[in-house]
Design a binder for this molecule. Structure first.
Ligand code: FAD
Length: 518
């Protein structure tokens, strides 16, 4: 009995000792961070925003948030963590606009760098000899780049569907939208980067200079460095956009037309597609955003519970060439086999078109529907397997309803560099299939998080079993083995670069690819 009492007291003492040490360890870290001489500042309280993202499923509170004013603030902080060595568990995550889905920009008990407060370099346009480009901070939002570029009559070439995202955030993934078939993703439209590596070094890189780091960082999930600055390619901007939607009831005809359009020289400027799962009267819902002259047409069309496929197209133009633009559109549409009564066309400004999701965001914000869980699933499906994929997924798995938009559109792999870290399917053409679900946080039914996650899992399991060669985009895995399988043959390069640029695995811990100290 005495022995038992002794052991128990000993255990209590030991645990208290460990707790005190841990406490000391954590309380020392903030004080060690305060010794770094930064132009910006660290915050150690009220950091809840850095434990949130658009996905609304993961919440990891950091120990501190750095609000940098200069690149050297970031470099000094990373160098400090590097110098603490492998025994410290401190990690660093750059946070762009926090629109990740699964905690990718979070750092549990680590340091989050609030990239939006980095305002240098001031956006600078290079218009002289050669092709125009803009020099921007890695924390800059694409919407701001759009507005500033238009003052010079210029625009970036490749976009995401939503522009309130940061340069560093999208370049760490790829940045894919309806322009990618022609210009490639955003990572194909960058001339140069400035990066703070996991050792706290500031390195300028491009295809000509430190090319290995440049390629690695593009699509590199923030694993090799923090992008502090980027030179982004520009082209002359148009003022207006003809925005068109046509509907198909047959998936093969829909994809045949999409592939025809992305393979032609003379084509639209933007090509995407949507799956409309079993929604009656869907066309009526579009009336608000489309020309009222289509009202009657819309009211005549009935989807009758069928799954339909909507091709979404845009043609950019300036008012002085409206006649030629209309002729061109007519000619392009005449080659397509959509249901004739489902042609919807409207005309908006270039900014209205590119910033279209923000308009939807404002409406959802008003209804409290923007900050709900978003269990998104994004897949890259090889062209030869898209029909098998669609038969099962749209024919069997997603039959009742979708819990948000489902995008399906092809892109040309030739527009992607095969040197970057982005992981792609093997074929020359592949489809982006995006299940952009939103969950009702109060529901345990078909619109609840659990149900949507189980549908996502069914889709992934099917892709695996049928060996479709599908790759996840904006992927998230729990184990390194799964990441290894995701990268396939590219894993060795990915790992080699990690050892070269962030050997202590300090950066971007939210992806759970490498673990510090392991
Ligand atoms: P964050 O969520 O802040 O960060 C994402 C990752 O990048 C993290 O790992 C973070 O550590 C890292 N990171 C952030 N900044 C830097 C930096 N400066 N240097 C290095 N690493 C950094 N994607 C598309 O491709 N096409 C789309 O059409 C598209 N539409 C979207 C629409 C919405 C409404 C949302 C919410 C997302 C969409 N996305 C799309 C996904 C989006 O591109 C990614 O989630 C992107 O990472 C978000 O950018 P962010 O600035 O919010 O990044």
């Amino acid at each position: 009995h005495i022995n038992l009492l002794f052991t128990r007291s000993f255990m209590i003492m030991l645990l208290s000792f460990i707790a005190i040490q841990l406490n000391l360890c954590f309380s020392n870290i903030p004080s060690s961070l305060t010794t770094i001489n930064v132009n910006g500042h660290f915050s150690f309280t009220n950091n809840e925003f850095a434990a949130k993202d658009y996905g609304n499923q993961y919440q990891f509170l950091p120990l501190a948030v750095l609000h940098p004013k200069s690149v050297s603030d970031i470099a000094k902080t990373v160098r400090h963590v590097w110098e603490l060595g492998p025994s410290s568990e401190l990690t660093v995550a750059a946070r762009g606009h926090g629109h990740s889905i699964q905690g990718q920009a979070q750092a549990h008990h680590g340091v989050v760098i609030n990239m939006e407060s980095l305002k240098s370099p001031k956006m600078h346009f290079h218009l002289g000899d050669g092709l125009p480009f803009v020099d921007v901070s890695g924390g800059e939002l694409w919407i701001n780049i759009l507005h500033e570029s238009l003052k010079y009559g210029l625009t970036p070439k490749s976009w995401t569907d939503y522009l309130h995202l940061s340069v560093g955030g999208t370049l760490s993934n790829a940045g894919i939208s309806g322009q990618a078939f022609r210009h490639g993703p955003q990572i194909s439209n960058v001339h140069q980067l400035e990066v703070v590596t996991g050792k706290g070094e500031v390195v300028t890189c491009s295809e000509q200079q430190n090319a290995d780091l440049f390629s690695g960082v593009l699509g590199g999930l923030g694993q090799y460095g923090i992008i502090t600055r980027a030179k982004i390619s520009l082209e002359p901007a148009s003022q207006m956009v003809k925005w068109i939607r046509v509907v198909y009831s047959d998936f093969s005809t829909f994809t045949r037309d999409q592939e025809h359009l992305i393979s032609s020289e003379n084509t639209f400027d933007y090509i995407e597609g949507l799956v409309l799962v079993n929604r009656t009267g869907v066309l009526n819902n579009w009336r608000s955003s489309f020309n009222p002259k289509y009202d009657e047409q819309a009211s005549r069309f009935r989807s009758e519970g069928r799954t339909l496929f909507c091709l979404e197209l845009a043609k950019y133009f300036n008012p002085d060439n409206i006649v030629e633009t209309n002729e061109e559109i007519e000619s392009l549409l005449s080659e397509l086999k959509y249901i004739p009564s489902t042609l919807f066309m409207t005309q908006v400004t270039y900014v209205e078109f590119l910033d279209r999701v923000h308009t939807a965001e404002i409406k959802l914000q008003e209804k409290g529907l923007w900050d709900v869980p978003h269990p998104w699933l994004n897949l890259l499906v090889p062209r030869s397997k898209i029909h098998k994929f669609a038969d099962e997924v749209f024919g069997n798995i997603l039959v009742d309803t979708s819990n948000g938009p489902v995008l399906v559109y092809p892109v040309n792999k030739s527009k992607w560099s095969n040197m970057t870290s982005a992981v792609l399917p093997e074929e020359d053409i592949f489809y982006l299939v995006a299940f952009l679900s939103q969950a009702n946080p109060l529901s345990t039914g078909k619109d609840g998080l659990e149900h949507i996650l189980s549908l996502n899992k069914r889709i992934l399991d099917f892709c695996e079993e049928a060996q479709l060669g599908v790759k996840q985009y904006l992927a998230h895995y729990a184990t390194q083995d799964e990441w290894r399988a995701h990268f396939g043959q590219r894993w060795e390069t990915f790992q080699r670069r990690k050892m070269a640029y962030d050997p202590l695995a300090i950066l971007a811990p939210g992806h759970r690819i490498f673990q510090k100290g392991v």
